[in-house]
Design a protein around this ligand. Structure first.
Ligand code: FAD
Length: 353
């Protein structure tokens, strides 16, 4: 959120200083799977759907532009996605019809024809053609490179923010390990840590860390032609044959240590979805902290009691797909432009204690 918000604001000729307590793009936005759709989009509110739809249409062009500008390809991979043996298939199809999204029931035999490596025993499938995944570590790398090339952006890494500078009823900067930094406006986009920073103002932001672990395999490039998802676990193919299996959902504070239990559980899911992975080696295992929020609805906008302080945080399980619309909405509001979508559901007013 920080990287893309900075890019959009800088593109509108604002001077931007981006602070991160470590190197940018190392936390949840690096750790996530990168599915460019909520996992079960029909289970979310209209607020999440509105951001997701705007962003999904934006992603392919956005990635092409980043590649052109930086030489780093975020690898948007439009493989489509099969959901298997869903309990709420009827709700899913009703949602798709209502929203005009391509999501269709398919004969299970057809799913097995399209994804021959799929494990046995599945009985039902629905298919969303064209839905993509983005190689998010490359995406954050490309965004960092794009920012580094902008003359009106300064990236200051390894600079932890400790609190806010308040003067005459306005927020007019931040305090850091290196001292005070003044700014006309401050945007808080600290993911799962955003609530910790707002506590310094005595505010309770309902954003909490939700740990997610993933594992990684490396297969032949054409091993898995589509994303597949069953019982909350999914497999995501990257273009070069890397397969990500995710994810756990754990309320464990700010601890990011990968665990043996999760490794075993993710391996079991991987082998159920794609039995050929029994013979493959796990080449990566990590955890990230999602910025969990009520119903996964992010906080985007200015804090009315603290003019000058803007939020773009709390994207929970969907921050990669929601980023383009969220950051554009933040920039529209901050710059006084007509917002791309109705900002009311994301307004911080009334949602903090
Ligand atoms: C396992 C897993 C799978 C996921 N899969 C998907 C998916 O398939 N699709 C999808 O859309 N989303 C997915 N997500 C969710 C997505 O990754 C997040 O919603 C999104 O990355 C949040 O972005 P963010 O910028 O708010 O937070 P982050 O990427 O966590 O960035 C927060 C930044 O703030 C910095 N920071 C924190 N505190 C301070 C401080 N005091 N001072 C300075 N800097 C600070 C951090 O260093 C970090 O760089 C997944 C997440 C996980 C963990």
């Amino acid at each position: 959120m920080g990287l893309l918000s900075a890019k959009l604001l800088a593109a509108a000729d604002e001077g931007v200083l981006l602070l991160d307590r470590q190197g940018v793009g190392r936390e949840s936005s690096w750790a996530g799977g990168g599915i460019v759709s909520p996992l079960y989009p029909w289970r979310y509110s209209a607020a999440v759907t509105a951001l997701a739809h705007w962003s999904q249409d934006f992603y392919p062009g956005f990635a092409r532009q980043l590649l052109e500008d930086t030489g780093i390809d975020p690898e948007v991979n439009a493989t489509g996605l099969y959901w298997l043996d869903l309990d709420d298939e009827a709700e899913a199809l009703a949602w798709a019809a209502r929203e005009g999204r391509p999501l269709f029931p398919v004969d299970i035999a057809e799913a097995y024809r399209q994804v021959p490596v799929l494990g046995g025993g599945f009985e039902r499938a629905i298919h969303m053609p064209g839905v993509a995944n983005v190689r998010n570590p490359r995406l954050v790398k490309a965004l960092r490179a794009a920012l580094a090339a902008m003359p009106n952006v300064e990236l200051r890494e390894h600079c932890p923010v400790k609190g806010f500078v308040q003067e005459a009823g306005r927020i007019c900067g931040v305090t850091t390990a290196d001292g005070e930094i003044r700014a006309e406006r401050v945007v808080l986009a600290a993911g799962a840590w955003s609530g910790e920073l707002l506590k310094t103002l005595g505010l309770e932001l309902p954003v909490e860390p939700v740990k997610g672990q993933m594992i990684l395999y490396k297969c032949a490039e054409d091993f898995l032609p589509s994303m597949v998802l069953a019982r909350g676990r999914y497999a995501i193919p990257r273009r070069d044959g890397h397969i990500l299996i995710g994810s756990t959902l754990e309320y464990a504070g700010f601890d990011k240590t990968p665990t043996d239990n999760a490794l075993e559980s993710l391996k079991a899911s991987a082998e159920e979805l794609l039995p050929a992975l029994k013979d493959a080696e796990v080449v990566g295992h990590w955890a990230g902290l999602r910025p969990g929020s009520p119903e996964g609805i992010p906080f985007i906008g200015e804090l009315p009691a603290y003019p000058g302080l803007w939020l773009n945080c709390g994207h929970f399980r969907n921050g990669l797909v929601l980023a383009p619309a969220s950051c554009r909405l933040l920039a529209d509001l901050l710059l006084g432009h007509e917002p791309i979508i109705d900002p009311a559901p994301y307004a911080p007013a009334g949602r903090l204690h």
